[in-house]
Design a protein. Structure first.
Length: 424
């Protein structure tokens, strides 16, 4: 998988054409951690696909709720409980609006993308899948969208099929369509690859799946933070994402599911909150979405997630997308000039992620030495070992961008890589 120039007109070889989509210096001041040093060098944080840094407003929202509102939700008649409940349910409406779900009943709060995927595998699998039924995944899926289906295969005997990709990191849609049979029930696809940055054609894939009578789940962990995701426009049946990748806190995530499907799926866990009535003989369950939210929810996390979504909405998702796409293209153009550089994933539609290796330098060594220069990247298999196998490597280095990254940080990365290269 070699390097090529990306399509687009945000950045060209002339460095003077780079334009920021908003006041980047003002935005960076919203993220206090970006002002710190690492090994007496300014922090250059380029591991945003793993987790994003948090704006001051999100951190303050967490502190303020604990200081002044903290109480369990949905359970008390006292003022604090009602106030906390209002914030929690207002957050659900914020998420609904952000992804354009039809109703708040379609928005389930979870601990993150991984739990959302496991919920669907367990509950949808129980309701809809039987021995011999087929689930299609892609070669570029995160382990969180592979292993739950393998566990279900062990329990119920389902069949797992895999969509291949080209050397450029583009899914083969002809091969995808040929995978369908009358037993195909569900397609699972990453909207954006967490390794290659490829933006997959999920709307077209949904159309194909539905034409074959199958449902489709979209992993939005790497798309929701970077551009507008409209679940109705995509036509997906499920969509999942994590709060911490979209400038919110850890421990909070979202499962969007079509109401008619969620209504037919059994609960994922049992406990308080998700029940209507319990006797020793029988239990009836709460209405959606509470049927899937057993136990005390992360009501502070949900509120902080809503604050994060409001923050990016105020900046403008179109502006964020244009900014990050420009950085990605600029990084690709500068990095491909480095001797020994091997770029992975050169799809025309690519966003916010650049994966690479340099000569015979082990990715771990590269990442460790860049860290000594204050540059934070990710190295390893990126929870995508089947994709590593497809690319013929054990691991890669990965730089990933966010709304607060700058051209100067890309320059620091390029200079750092070249400095490390000369050490080997």
């Amino acid at each position: 998988m070699g390097a090529t120039r990306l399509a687009g007109n945000h950045v060209s070889g002339n460095l003077n054409t780079f334009r920021y989509m908003y006041d980047i210096n003002t935005v960076r001041k919203d993220f206090p951690i970006l002002g710190r040093e690492v090994y007496k060098r300014p922090l250059v944080y380029l591991d945003n696909a793993a987790t994003t840094q948090k704006p001051r407003c999100v951190v303050e929202a967490i502190a303020n709720e604990y200081y002044s509102v903290n109480a369990n939700v949905h359970r008390g008649v006292h003022f604090l409980s009602q106030q906390a409940t209002d914030l929690h349910e207002a957050a659900r409406e914020t998420v609904r609006r952000f992804i354009n779900a039809r109703d708040v009943a379609e928005v389930v709060f979870t601990r993150g993308t991984t739990e959302s995927l496991n919920l669907v595998a367990s509950s949808y699998g129980e309701a809809f899948l039987h021995e011999g039924d087929e689930v299609i995944v892609t070669v570029m899926e995160h382990h969180s969208d592979i292993v739950p289906w393998q566990l279900l295969r062990e329990r119920k005997g389902i069949v797992l099929k895999v969509v291949p990709m080209t050397d450029e990191g583009v899914l083969d849609l002809d091969a995808y369509e040929q995978l369908f049979t009358p037993r195909t029930r569900l397609v699972c696809v990453a909207h954006v690859s967490n390794v290659l940055g490829t933006v997959n054609p999920v709307k077209r894939m949904a159309e194909i799946a539905h034409a074959h009578g199958a449902h489709i789940l979209v992993d939005g962990a790497q798309s929701v933070p970077h551009f507008k995701v409209d679940v109705q426009d995509i036509g997906c049946d499920f969509m999942v994402f994590s709060g911490h990748k979209v400038y919110g806190p850890t421990g909070i995530g979202v499962l969007y599911g079509r109401e008619d499907l969620l209504d037919r799926m059994p609960p994922y866990q049992g406990g308080g909150e998700m029940i209507a009535r319990v006797t020793f003989e029988h239990t009836t369950y709460e209405r959606l979405p509470f049927k899937f939210e057993a136990g005390t929810p992360d009501y502070v996390g949900s509120h902080a997630l809503a604050v994060a979504l409001d923050y990016v909405s105020a900046l403008g998702m179109d502006h964020i997308h244009a900014h990050e796409r420009a950085l990605t293209q600029y990084a690709m153009e500068q990095m491909q000039a480095i001797e020994g550089m091997h770029l992975f994933g050169t799809a025309p539609d690519k966003d916010a992620v650049v994966a690479f290796n340099v000569g015979n330098i082990h990715p771990l060594d590269l990442g460790t030495l860049l860290d000594r220069l204050g540059i934070a990247i990710r190295t390893g298999h990126h929870c995508a070992q089947p994709l590593m196998q497809r690319c013929g490597v054990e691991g890669m280095a990965r730089a990933s961008f966010a709304l607060y990254n700058t051209r100067e940080e890309v320059d620091a990365l390029v200079q750092g890589i070249d400095r490390v290269r000369k050490m080997f």
